[in-house]
Each structure stands twice: as structure tokens, then as C-alpha cells.
Design a protein around this ligand. Structure first.
Ligand code: HEC
Length: 189
């Protein structure tokens, strides 16, 4: 390599070095290296001694019994359009994606003949009283993990009350409405 070539090479290396240093300096300006006085994200540790068991328990859905007395079954019938893709409401109805819903209030859970329930529902136990219908219809999979009812839920308590009022009428004999004592007991719990 002649001298000129060598100079060119040298100049190139020098320039590359300069560019690199300028880059480092520039990055430093963009992201200054200063020590933080405080954490960027304040980590607040509550100064209480209560630890175990203090985790917030997920609240169940709002009480329903008090709303039932004045609930509107015809509004519930309109809401039932959300259900009829999967359920038939009729005494002599057939099971579809979901079991036929007739006389479901206070019926044993998972008791419709000829319907193949999920093991979650089949093994759940108990009857569909107003409170369990309230919890189930609010968010089926939260109340019963593993249920195959693919329905997001009725978020508004009034909608659930209207829906349950309609369900109550879809029966040979409508189940009794909650008594004043039951309503009082539910709002205390
Ligand atoms: C996408 C279909 C689908 C929709 C929509 C749907 N359900 Fe269901 N439902 C099911 C299936 C499937 C089951 C059985 C679940 C299981 O076995 O886990 C079921 C079960 C039930 C049960 C329990 C019945 C029993 O015999 O134990 C009730 C009550 C019920 N649904 C009410 C409703 C109501 C009310 C609506 C409308 C607000 C609704 N469902 C919307 C599919 C649906």
C-alpha cells in the first residue's frame, strides 16, 4: 500500500472513531446518566401489619332479592332473546345447545332429561334459587368454572332481576317470591 492509501485508511479509521465518540456523546445527551433521587415508580408498601387474609375477596354480584318484587318479566322476555340461540323456553321444548328452560327456578341444577351437561354443572349440586341464578347469569364462568355455557353474562342487576322474573314465569307454577325476611337477610350478608 502506498503512502496515500495508508493515509486514507488512517483517516477513515480516525473518522470512524470520531463518529463513534460523537454517537456515544449524543446518546448521553438523549439519555442522561443521572442517578435517580427517587424511584421513577413509587412502590408504596402499606404500613399495616394485617397481611394474610387481607387480600380483597372478589365480591359476588349485587343482591337480587329486593329487586325481584318489582322486576319486569316482559323486559326479561326481551332480554331472553340473548338466550334463545341456545335455549328454548317452553314446557314441551327441546334441548338445543343448552337445556330447555322450564321451571328452572328452584329446580335441581343440571337436571333436565336428555341434556348432556358439563361435568362442572353436573357435579355442582344444589338448586337454582334466586341467588345462584343471579350469580350464574351475572358471569356464568366466574360462578361455575368449567361450565360450557358460553355467555358473557348480564352485567346490570336490574336486567338480571327482569330475566329471573321471566324465568320464574316459565314454569307450571311460579316459585314464591322472596319474603321480607329473606330480602333483609340477603342485604345483611
Ligand atoms: C351460547 C349458548 C348459550 C347462551 C347464549 C345461553 N346459554 Fe344458558 N346454557 C348453555 C349451556 C351449554 C348450558 C349447560 C352448561 C353446562 O352444562 O355447563 C346452559 C345452562 C343454563 C342454565 C342451567 C340449566 C340447568 O338445567 O341446570 C341456566 C339457568 C341457563 N343456562 C340460563 C340462561 C339464560 C337465562 C340465558 C340468557 C340470558 C342463557 N342461559 C344463555 C348455553 C347457553
Amino acid at each position: 500500500m502506498d503512502e496515500l492509501g495508508f493515509n486514507k485508511l488512517f483517516a477513515g479509521v480516525l473518522l470512524a472513531g470520531l463518529v463513534l465518540m460523537a454517537g456515544v456523546k449524543f446518546a448521553d445527551v438523549l439519555v442522561p446518566h443521572t442517578e435517580l433521587v427517587e424511584n421513577a415508580y413509587a412502590i408504596k408498601v402499606p404500613e399495616t401489619t394485617a397481611v394474610a387474609g387481607a387480600a380483597p375477596v372478589e365480591m359476588g354480584p349485587e343482591p337480587i332479592l329486593a329487586l325481584l318484587a318489582d322486576a319486569n318479566p316482559s323486559a326479561g322476555e326481551k332480554l331472553a332473546k340473548k338466550c334463545t340461540a341456545c335455549h328454548v323456553f317452553a314446557a314441551d321444548g327441546a334441548n338445543k345447545v343448552g337445556p330447555v328452560l322450564w321451571g328452572v327456578v328452584n329446580a335441581a341444577k343440571g337436571a333436565v332429561d336428555g341434556f348432556s351437561y358439563s361435568s362442572a354443572l353436573a357435579g355442582f349440586g344444589g338448586v337454582w334459587d334466586y341467588q345462584s341464578l343471579n350469580a350464574f347469569l351475572a358471569k356464568p364462568k366466574a360462578y361455575m368454572s368449567g361450565t360450557k355455557m358460553n355467555f358473557a353474562g348480564l352485567k346490570k342487576p336490574q336486567d338480571r332481576a327482569n330475566m329471573i322474573a321471566y324465568l320464574r314465569q316459565q314454569a307450571d307454577t311460579a316459585a314464591a317470591l322472596p319474603t321480607a325476611e329473606e330480602i333483609a337477610a340477603e342485604s345483611e350478608s
